[in-house]
Design a protein. Structure first.
Length: 202
């Protein structure tokens, strides 16, 4: 029977790298990925024995653990604790669990050098790659291509967790959640539910 996890991904990172990680977390959440990220769990973490609680999260309660590797990550006591339980889970199962994201050239002894990783990418591309790991049918570029086909006079791009629509001829600028646009795309509703009702002028 397939295991059902509380979280799709659990993010492990050093506080010095929070800005990058939070941008990834916001985009993942906009794509309906269930993310364990400490700032989303403040009321749950308040008063908890964090040593045992986080050990349980990283070892048992997520489908994947995403590690943001940096010099600060290697040096911090809490990240060493998290990594201990992530690698314990990795040892227990044959399937991929640990997804490394390298923010600099730091190496971790606990991660074999043959492990595939991402490096030197933007939060958007990192988040999309993680989301595709969870759902291989996710294709943001195809969704953008369909929008650009229907709205050729618009500049359409992704900014953080939003899709931006801009048209100087119409003096129009607006943003819509990336998750909403992806859901319309997956249901084949971009034209019927978004373009034809003129949610954006066309």
């Amino acid at each position: 029977m397939k295991t059902v996890f509380e979280y799709d991904v659990a993010l492990s990172f050093a506080g010095e790298d929070r800005e990058f990680v939070e941008a990834c977390a916001e985009i993942l959440r906009s794509l309906n990925v269930n993310v364990f990220y400490d700032n989303y769990e403040k009321e749950i973490l308040l008063g908890k024995n964090l040593y045992s609680y986080l050990a349980d999260v990283y070892q048992n309660r997520a489908r994947f653990a995403v590690i943001f590797i940096s010099k600060a990550y290697k040096e911090k006591r809490w990240t060493k604790h998290e990594l201990e339980y992530i690698t314990a889970r990795k040892f227990q199962q044959d399937d991929e669990y640990l997804l490394p994201i390298k923010l600099d050239v730091t190496e971790l002894n606990e991660i074999p050098p043959t492990t595939g990783y991402l490096q030197g990418d933007t939060p958007l591309n990192v988040a999309i790659t993680i989301a595709k790991k969870l759902d291989s049918h996710l294709d943001i570029e195809l969704m953008l291509s369909e929008l650009r086909y229907h709205l050729p006079n618009y500049k359409i791009a992704i900014d953080g967790s939003d899709v931006v629509f801009a048209c100087s001829e119409e003096d129009f600028y607006c943003t819509y959640p990336l998750g909403l646009m992806m859901e319309l795309y997956k249901q084949d509703l971009i034209e019927r539910a978004f373009i034809l009702p003129a949610i954006v002028p066309n």
